[in-house]
Design a protein around this ligand. Structure first.
Ligand SMILES: [Fe+2]
Length: 210
């Protein structure tokens, strides 16, 4: 099967997958600003970087190429992680199904996993980064990941639950009270979406591990 041609500068934004007025404790103003400014800005920048990268050749100075490649990774991961973040919101926060069972098996109880996930998010308070529950494809393990920016994600892992800990994700509604934002995040998690991601990730891990 032929590979699709790699296009440059054609990335587009995905609309919010829920009514922005419908979140519990997260304002329409903040979530729309986050989507329309931070996320859409990353996509816009990604397109610009892609077009610049399409022009590089053997004469392009190494520092120029390195800077563009670094920016490409930043904006591409920002796009991916923001889309996963928005898509795992809009739910009722009630954890059930395969993910509840899997977290209990992996961590003793899912409550214990949540305690560690919240602590990881709080560790980023006042700074920036992501806290992510991932399925590591190479091992099939569920892991909670800390990322201080957009580029520190775990290799070969599929994001299942993504928490944006950049201040732009909470400052407008919660000021510096990051723990209250994490409470609001958990009250709005769409666990059905997380279960869909887990099912697909498990299928991929099974194929890759033979
Ligand atoms: Fe963000």
């Amino acid at each position: 099967m032929p590979f699709a041609k790699v296009l440059t500068g054609t990335q587009s934004t995905v609309p919010l997958p829920f009514k922005p007025t419908g979140l519990n404790g997260i304002s329409e103003r903040m979530i729309v600003s986050h989507h329309d400014n931070n996320y859409a800005g990353a996509v816009k920048n990604l397109n610009k970087v892609e077009l610049e990268l399409a022009q590089i050749n053997s004469d392009t100075p190494g520092f120029v190429v390195s800077g563009l490649r670094q920016s490409e990774l930043t904006f591409r991961n920002s796009k991916t992680l923001h889309e996963a973040y928005f898509a795992n919101l809009g739910g009722d926060g009630k954890r059930s199904g395969a993910i509840e069972k899997a977290l209990g098996e992996a961590y003793g109880t899912s409550t214990r996993w949540e305690e560690q996930f919240r602590a990881t998010g709080n560790g980023l308070a006042g700074g920036s980064g992501w806290t992510i529950l991932e399925l590591e494809l190479a091992t099939g393990d569920l892991r909670t990941i800390w990322s201080g920016n957009h580029t520190q994600t775990l290799s070969t892992a599929v994001p299942l639950l993504v928490l944006d800990m950049y201040e732009h994700a909470y400052q407008m509604d919660f000021g510096a009270a990051a723990a209250r934002y994490i409470d609001a995040f958990f009250a709005n998690v769409n666990w059905d979406e997380v279960n869909r991601r887990l099912e697909r990730a498990l299928a991929a891990a099974k194929v890759l591990r033979g």
